[in-house]
Design a protein around this ligand. Structure first.
Ligand code: TYM
Length: 335
C-alpha cells in the first residue's frame, strides 16, 4: 500500500442484502484487478444504507457479511484498505460541508433519488435526498483520483466532480481533484435474468432475477437454465443483438466473466441456440462464483476477526482523511 502508485482508488458498496453478479461484474471484479497498481480504498457504506429504514440487527450482520464477501471474492486487506464507513467520522463531517456547497437544483436532477423515493416522495428521508453529497464526501475525503463503479453510479460521479469544482472555486483553492469514473466496457449494467429491461438488483422481490454471490453451484446453474431468452439462435455480430435485451444480457455476462469482448463471445457462439450457450455460461458462472460462498462462510465463523480487520482498515483510512479534513476546515474558516 503506502504511496499512491498510479493514483488513488475509492469505491463503495451498500450492506443491504446479498451482493450479486451485477455488483461483481460491474464493480468488484475491477476492484480486485486494481489492487496491484493503485492505492485502493474500499468501503462498506453503512451510512448510505440507513437512508432507508434498516433493522439494526440485520444491518450489523450485513456489514460483516458484505465485508466477508468482498474478501472471499478477492479483496485482500493486506493490499487494500477495507472498512465500514461509520467507523470514519470524516465522511459525515465532509458530507455536511458539501451539503452547504451543493445546490438543491443539482440534487433535484438525481434520477436515483426519484427511483428510490418513488411516488411517496414527501415521506423519503432527508438522508436519501442528500445521499449523493455523502458519496462525494466518501471519494473526496481521500482526494481519490479514480472511482470504479457500475453505470448506475455515473450521475453521482458527475455530481461529485461538480461539488469538487464548486468547493475549489468557493474557497479559491485548487484543492480537490476531479475524480474519474472507471466504468467497465462490458457488464457495466447487468440486467435481471427474468427481464432484460430492468437492472439486476438486491431489492427485486424475486430471487430468480439475480445470481447472488452466496448462491450454491446448483442455484447458479438453475437460475441460468431458467433465465428468460428468445427462440432465435445467437447472432455472429454485435448488431444482431439489437432488440434482444435478454440475449444481449447473457452474452454480456459471459463476456464479463470470461474477460473476453462480446464480439469475441459471439464469434464462438454465433449460430448456436441457448441449449448450447446456457450450459457453457452456467459452467463459467459456477466456476467463478460458487467458491465465493464457501470462503465467505469460513470467514463468517469468526466475527471478531472481521471486526478487527474493519477496525484496522478504518484506522488506515482515518490516517489519510484526517489531514485532508484539517485542510478543508482551514479553507472553510473553522480553524
Ligand atoms: P451499490 O451498493 O448499489 O452497488 C455497488 C456497486 O455495484 C454496481 N452495480 C452494478 N453494476 C452492474 N450491473 C448491475 N446490475 C449493478 N448493480 C450494482 C454499482 O454501480 C456499484 O458500483 N452509491 C453506491 C455506493 C457508494 C459509492 C460511494 C460508490 C457510496 N459511496 C463512493 C463509489 C464511490 C451504491 O449504492 O452502490
Amino acid at each position: 500500500m503506502g504511496e499512491a502508485k498510479n493514483g488513488r482508488i475509492f469505491s463503495g458498496v451498500q450492506p443491504t442484502g446479498n451482493l450479486h453478479l451485477g455488483n461483481y461484474l460491474g464493480a468488484i471484479k475491477n476492484w480486485i484487478a486494481l489492487q496491484d497498481d493503485f492505492e485502493c480504498i474500499y468501503c462498506v457504506v453503512d451510512l448510505h444504507a440507513i437512508t432507508v429504514p434498516q433493522d439494526p440487527a440485520v444491518l450489523r450482520r450485513s456489514i460483516r457479511e458484505v465485508a466477508a464477501c468482498l474478501m472471499a471474492s478477492g479483496i485482500n486487506p493486506e493490499k487494500s484498505i477495507l472498512f465500514n464507513q461509520s467507523r470514519v467520522p470524516q465522511h459525515a463531517e465532509l458530507a455536511w460541508i458539501f451539503n452547504c456547497v451543493a445546490r438543491l437544483g443539482w440534487l433535484n436532477r438525481m434520477t436515483q433519488f426519484k427511483e428510490k423515493a418513488g411516488k411517496n416522495r414527501e415521506n423519503a428521508t432527508v438522508g436519501l435526498y442528500a445521499y449523493p453529497t455523502l458519496m462525494a464526501a466518501d471519494i473526496l475525503a481521500y482526494k481519490a483520483t479514480h472511482v470504479p463503479v457500475g453505470e448506475d453510479q455515473k450521475q453521482h460521479l458527475e455530481l461529485t466532480r461538480d461539488i469538487a469544482a464548486a468547493f475549489n472555486s468557493m474557497f479559491d483553492a485548487e484543492f480537490f481533484p476531479q475524480p474519474e469514473p472507471q466504468i467497465q466496457a462490458t457488464a457495466a449494467r447487468v440486467m435481471s435474468l427474468r427481464d432484460g429491461s430492468s437492472k439486476m438488483s438486491k431489492s427485486d422481490v424475486s430471487d430468480a432475477t439475480r445470481i447472488n454471490l452466496t448462491d450454491s453451484a446448483d442455484d447458479i446453474a438453475q437460475k441460468i437454465k431458467r433465465a428468460k431468452t428468445d427462440p432465435e439462435v445467437l447472432p455472429s455480430e454485435m448488431d444482431g443483438l439489437e432488440g434482444r435485451p435478454e440475449a444481449a444480457n447473457l452474452v454480456g455476462i459471459f463476456a464479463g466473466l470470461s474477460g473476453r469482448s462480446q464480439a469475441d463471445v459471439l464469434s464462438e457462439f454465433g449460430g448456436q441456440g441457448f441449449g448450447v450457450f446456457k450450459p457453457a455460461l452456467a459452467e463459467l458462472a459456477v466456476m467463478q462464483i460458487a467458491p465465493i460462498s464457501a470462503e465467505m462462510n469460513k470467514l463468517l465463523e469468526d466475527d471478531a476477526q472481521i471486526d478487527a480487520l474493519l477496525e484496522k482498515g478504518a484506522e488506515q483510512a482515518k490516517a489519510i482523511a484526517d489531514p485532508i479534513l484539517a485542510e478543508v476546515k482551514k479553507l472553510v474558516g473553522f480553524a
